[in-house]
Design a protein around this ligand. Structure first.
Ligand code: F6P
Length: 738
């Protein structure tokens, strides 16, 4: 309240000074204007009286003046005529007896033979007196005075001040009202909400944080306090979850447990993640910069780990505004838990290393989808160069760290483990290969297979999603390079160095939120969907994902079971990816055309079989689709794991929903209760859709519950915990830093 009074006091004072100043100026101007007008009128009248009376005075007659007075006198204009001695010859009756006060003025006009002018009170009223000399042969022989009523000048001024006072009053009321509303709305209420929220948190109630307070008003203080409170809430929730799990004897991996585990195993040794894709990119959109989260399973999986354990994440700065925001930033930006270190590469390097060798070479090489890999010497050179650049940046970041832990990610960095390990033998290096590893014959077509294997074997630990991929890798090593594969322990020994090869099926963070019904209805309303069933697919447009096959299956389903037309809608969320590669562009066209023709041929007014949403969706948007959908289709032709399958399952808080899952995904080895399909078999997939829509709800429910329990149990924290445990188990020879 005191703040409000002080603020209002300051505003009132400012308003008073400004409107008072302007009013004074206005009054002054008006008065000057009116006085000038009065003077002009008085001078004109005096000249007229002078002309009419001059001859009379010169002749020395005693009468004839009444005519002059009658002609020029008016109610607001009195006239007086004087002789050379300043004696009144004649004057208007209303002033005749009261001319004493103006005598000096008239005498001055006669003596100086010049007009004189002044305000004077005559007969109780303020008047402007204008006296002119009467002349004969240029000599003064008397005077004529015109007295104009000036009372109204005072009255006008008073009116103006009154008007100003009213204006000021109204302004005060408005300023007070508006200030009160604004202060209440943007200061008092947010502060009260934050205070109330903090109070509830203190009392241990897990309440959702209030919306972010206006940072432009409270500055960084509000942001800091809000994020501090959020951190507290997270910590409390994690602790509560831990306690609950301890009570029920559950050994579920949680964010907090992973944090503790990593601390116990590695002490204060920091974690360094290296990946091509950055967890957050900054994009220039018009004049503002927006944060974008990529459509990447790798990021979905690794970010929770970094949030839990902290550390440094080295990645390619690929956003259009990344350089503006910074090379080294704390993430999340409102409550930093880890550091993102961006590495810059040129467009040419990106074309060779990322689009070329990684995505036109290794990607089709490792995914058996009958897409011919392209191997170009230039691309390979860029791949080597960029691996060396990332290794250099990582070494720079780890400069001061003792025995750092390095978690390198994916097929973009096959050469990095060896480069890092050579420079820092004390580092523990793991590389996780997120895509499948093919059999040795398939891999054998790569002209640089040896270099790739040697690069990978620089790591202490190489991880794949499945044992099958581990076996393929070990067989490739055995048949390609010199070294001993120990099949009993799944290790490769080369000289003094041993590399452990292990399966770590990657997963997602548990999703324990339960809201669904209202959200589901809201999303359907937004999309204008009125059908009984809603299916969803979420993919980057990539030829490994089996999108055309999926649409063929949907078409077949509606053809074979036409009674489901207008009863099922399928929403496809598609994010464009790697569009500089012609094969990806061709696929984008193919997918759009497939959707268009199905909708045209099967759809009718009010119903489209497929809603195709081709744009970037952030994670919270996708989650709404997961929760609203009755079934999800994952139809990859080949996939290391596929996290969309696990995310969909994790999001089914009410254990409803069904998953149609390709048998060629790593996920199909775990999610046995999915409707497993062969994506190359259109009839099989169409039948699976029918099975889903005709399934007994109880059965559907229990299948989903079993899958959900599995994903909850084998979650991303467990994945990271297992990887950390394995890395910590590896004996480290005592080494000097090179
Ligand atoms: O599966 C390999 C992978 O790197 C994933 O981590 C990710 O989902 C996908 O490819 C993303 O590809 P990109 O980073 O090329 O867009």
């Amino acid at each position: 309240m005191r703040f409000l009074i002080r603020l209002l006091g300051a505003l009132w004072l400012a308003t008073l000074l400004v409107s008072g100043g302007f009013a004074w100026y206005e009054v002054h101007q008006e008065r000057t204007r009116q006085a000038e007008d009065l003077q002009r009128r008085a001078a004109l009248a005096a000249d007229a009286v002078r002309e009419a009376s001059e001859r009379l005075v010169a002749r020395g007659v005693r009468n004839g003046y009444e005519r002059v007075l009658t002609r020029f006198g008016r109610q607001d204009r009195a006239i007086a005529i004087y002789d050379a001695y300043g004696s009144v010859l004649e004057a208007s009756p209303e002033v005749k007896r009261s001319l004493g006060p103006i005598s000096p003025l008239v005498t001055e006009a006669i003596q100086k033979n010049q007009p004189t002018r002044a305000f004077a009170v005559v007969n109780g009223r303020t008047r402007l007196v204008h006296a002119v000399p009467l002349q004969q042969d240029d000599k003064s022989i008397g005077a004529a005075a015109v007295l104009l009523d000036a009372e109204y000048l005072e009255a006008g001024e008073w009116d103006l001040w009154q008007c100003t006072a009213v204006r000021f009053g109204v302004l005060m009321l408005l300023v007070t009202g508006i200030t009160w509303v604004v202060v209440r709305w943007s200061v008092t209420q947010p502060m009260t909400r934050i205070a109330e929220w903090t109070r509830l948190l203190k009392s241990g109630q897990p309440v959702a944080p209030p919306p972010q307070a206006d940072a432009s008003l409270f500055g960084s203080l509000a942001t800091e306090v809000t994020s501090l409170a959020r951190t507290l809430a997270r910590a409390r929730l994690a602790a509560a979850e831990e306690a609950r799990l301890r009570l029920v004897g559950d050994s579920l991996w949680t964010e907090e447990r992973l944090k503790q585990f990593v601390e116990i195993r590695f002490g204060a040794r920091p974690i360094y993640v290296v990946s091509n894709r950055e967890p957050v990119s900054h994009e220039q959109e018009g004049r503002s910069i927006v944060e974008m989260r990529p459509a990447s399973g790798l990021v979905t999986a690794l970010e929770p780990i970094m949030l839990a354990c902290g550390g440094v994440w080295v990645a390619h700065g690929s956003g259009t505004a990344d350089r503006v925001v910074g090379e080294r930033i704390g993430l999340p930006m409102d409550d930093p838990a880890y550091t993102l270190r961006r590495v810059w590469i040129t467009e040419q390097e990106e074309a060779g290393y990322y689009y070329g060798f990684a995505n036109e070479g290794l990607w089709p090489l490792c995914h058996i989808v009958h897409e011919r890999p392209q191997f170009r010497a230039d691309d390979w050179e860029h791949y080597r160069g960029v691996n060396a650049r990332f290794a250099g940046t990582l070494l720079e970041e780890m400069e001061k760290a003792e025995s750092p832990i390095v978690l390198a990610q994916d097929y973009h960095f096959a050469l990095l483990p060896q480069l890092v390990k050579q420079a820092r033998p004390d580092a523990r290096v793991a590389l996780f290969w997120h895509i499948p590893w093919p059999n040795f014959e398939a891999f054998g077509i790569c002209p640089w297979q040896e270099e790739i294997l040697l690069g990978l074997l620089g790591a202490d630990l190489v991880g794949f999603h499945t044992q099958f991929h581990c076996n393929n890798f070990l067989e490739t090593v055995e048949r390609t390079i010199e070294g001993r594969v120990d099949w009993e322990n799944f290790t490769v020994v080369r000289g003094q160095h041993r590399t452990w090869v292990r399966p770590f099926p990657i997963s997602v963070a548990p999703d324990d939120a339960v809201e669904r019904v209202a959200d589901r209805a809201a999303l359907r309303a937004e999309l204008g969907i009125t059908t009984e069933w809603l299916g969803v697919g979420v993919e980057r447009v990539d030829y490994t994902k089996g999108l055309p096959e999926r649409f063929r299956a949907l078409r077949r389903f509606f053809e074979r079971w036409p009674e489901y037309r207008r009863r099922v809608t399928f929403v496809q969320i598609a994010s464009l990816s790697r569009s500089r590669i012609p094969r990806y562009r061709a696929l984008q066209d193919e997918v759009r055309e497939a959707v268009r023709s199905i909708n045209e041929e099967l759809g009718d007014r009010g119903w489209q079989p497929i809603l195709y949403r081709e744009r970037h969706h952030d994670h919270s948007e996708i989650r709404r689709y997961y929760r609203a959908a009755d079934f999800c289709m994952v139809t990859s032709l080949h996939d290391g794991m596929n996290l969309v399958a696990k995310e969909y399952v994790a999001a089914q808080g009410d254990d409803d929903g069904a998953l149609i899952l390709s048998r060629f995904t790593g996920a199909s080895r775990e999610l046995r209760d999915a409707y497993i399909v062969n994506p190359y078999d259109v009839e099989d997939m169409a039948a699976a859709i029918r099975d889903v829509v005709t399934a007994d709800p109880l059965e559907r429910h229990s299948r989903m519950r079993r899958m959900r329990d599995h994903v909850r149990e084998y979650n991303i924290y467990g994945w990271a915990g297992l990887l950390a445990a394995e890395l910590a188990r590896i004996p480290q020879p005592s080494l000097e830093r090179g």
